[in-house]
Design a binder for this molecule. Structure first.
Ligand SMILES: [Zn+2]
Length: 85
């Protein structure tokens, strides 16, 4: 189940739609999401995007049973840093 509070817990804040789709393996379209008025930096991809503030009912239904995919790049980078230290 994807909820905004879950996303905040996983990523430290609300994220953009493409990151929700990538990380949770869903295909949310524009109509499944309610956006912040202004674009902001997404804590997941670091790009300036429109951040998803809420999900519509259909968006919630699509997110049932979905779990976040671990961010591989971040994990690998961290491993490298640990190795160098
Ligand atoms: Zn993003």
């Amino acid at each position: 189940m994807i909820t905004i509070s879950r996303i905040k817990k996983d990523f430290g804040g609300p994220i953009c739609r493409s990151c929700i789709n990538n990380r949770y393996g869903v295909k949310l379209s524009r109509k499944h999401c309610r956006y912040e008025k202004h674009s902001d930096v997404c804590p997941s991809c670091g790009e300036r995007k429109h951040i998803v503030k809420r999900l519509s009912l259909l968006g919630y239904l699509k997110g049932i049973g979905k779990k976040p995919v671990p961010p591989h790049e971040t994990r690998e980078r961290k491993r490298e840093e640990d190795g160098n230290a």
